[in-house]
Design a binder for this molecule. Structure first.
Ligand code: ATP
Ligand code: PRP
Length: 285
């Protein structure tokens, strides 16, 4: 059975979603107007949809898997769940008001709040027992205060520059931390999905690991081997091979990309030499 996959057709998540799928070995469309793309060799079919609608299709079971934002998933109220976090499309979702006007979330009571994410905002207010009037806008929410239709906005904040330009500032704790997620129907374990799902998930996971790890190779004297291995324990354990030079070993281990330069310095100080760092393009662990 073909695995049906929903991915964003445009907006902030579209390019990164297509990139990760391409890196996972799947075909992707060349024409941004194309609505579907079949990849029979891999047993999948892609449906290019608005990211806001993707949770609905997956929740209804019309499509098997989707890529969307956590905030859009929550906002939809659809019967869909996160299967994997994808590490891109990160944003926070926050309340904001005119500079110096609000300091505390309790001050939301009785205000008019404009947002494109009514579901998320209403759930947040309900949890705290706050009553406010929530108005749905399609976008450019930051203008609504100046234009007199709202006192407060709740919106996606990435760099914060849109807020600053509108003379607004955030207040209170973030409502939600979001990033792109792989979603499936709520309650669906792997067995309820077409068999291609496990392969799909493993491929995408492999690309995520490859992005966050690098391969480190170095040579080290036997006396320093233990200490070096403590610095580079690898995922399971490092590969160690004797060198023709007496008393020396070659070590190979995957290490997190973050901090890998510092690790090279530490290995060098320890006496390791010939330290190499190489990218991993994909992997199955
Ligand atoms: N700077 C950003 N602006 C908007 N959404 C962002 C940003 N960074 C990450 N995202 C995430 O992208 C998703 C929203 O994508 P979507 O395509 O619906 O909105 P958009 O980028 O504002 O596009 P459009 O306004 O054209 O519909 C959300 O999950 C959101 O958290
Ligand atoms: O914190 P920043 O880096 O400034 O990013 C956040 C802004 O970007 C998004 O708007 P987008 O350009 O997608 O337009 P829209 O929301 O009006 O559709 C979002 O709705 C905020 O307005």
């Amino acid at each position: 059975m073909t695995l049906k996959i929903a991915i964003p057709n445009k907006g902030s998540l579209a390019t990164a979603a297509a990139d990760i799928l391409r890196e996972s070995g799947y075909r992707q469309r060349d024409d941004s107007k194309q609505l579907t793309l079949s990849d029979p060799e891999n047993g999948v079919e892609f449906f290019y949809l608005r990211p806001r609608d993707i949770a609905l299709y997956v929740g209804e079971g019309t499509l098997d898997v989707g890529i969307t934002g956590r905030d859009l998933l929550r906002d939809s109220g659809a019967q869909a769940q996160e299967a994997l976090t994808l590490g891109f499309g990160r944003s926070t979702f926050r309340f904001a008001g005119p500079q110096g006007r609000f300091t505390d979330l309790e001050q939301l009571a009785g205000t008019r709040i404009a947002t494109s994410y009514v579901g998320v905002v209403q759930a947040f207010l309900d949890e705290r027992g706050l009553e406010a009037t929530v108005t749905r806008l399609d976008g450019a929410v930051e203008s609504s205060i100046q234009l007199g239709v709202a006192d407060v906005i709740a919106d996606v904040v990435e760099t914060g520059s849109t807020l600053r330009q509108a003379g607004l500032e955030t207040f209170g704790e973030p409502i939600l931390q979001s990033e792109a997620v792989l979603i499936t129907r709520a309650g669906a374990d792997g067995t309820a999905l077409p068999e291609g799902f496990q392969v799909f998930r493993r491929r995408v996971e492999g690309v995520l690991v490859a992005r966050s790890y690098v391969m480190m190779d170095y040579d080290v004297a036997e006396a320093d081997l233990e200490a070096a291995m403590r610095l580079t324990p690898g995922i399971e354990s490092p590969t160690i091979a004797p060198l023709s030079r007496d008393g020396w070993f070659a070590v190979r281990a995957m290490v997190p990309r973050d901090g890998s330069q510092r690790l090279m310095d530490e290995l060098y100080d320890l006496g390791a030499r010939g330290i190499l760092l190489t990218d991993i393009h994909a992997c199955r662990l």
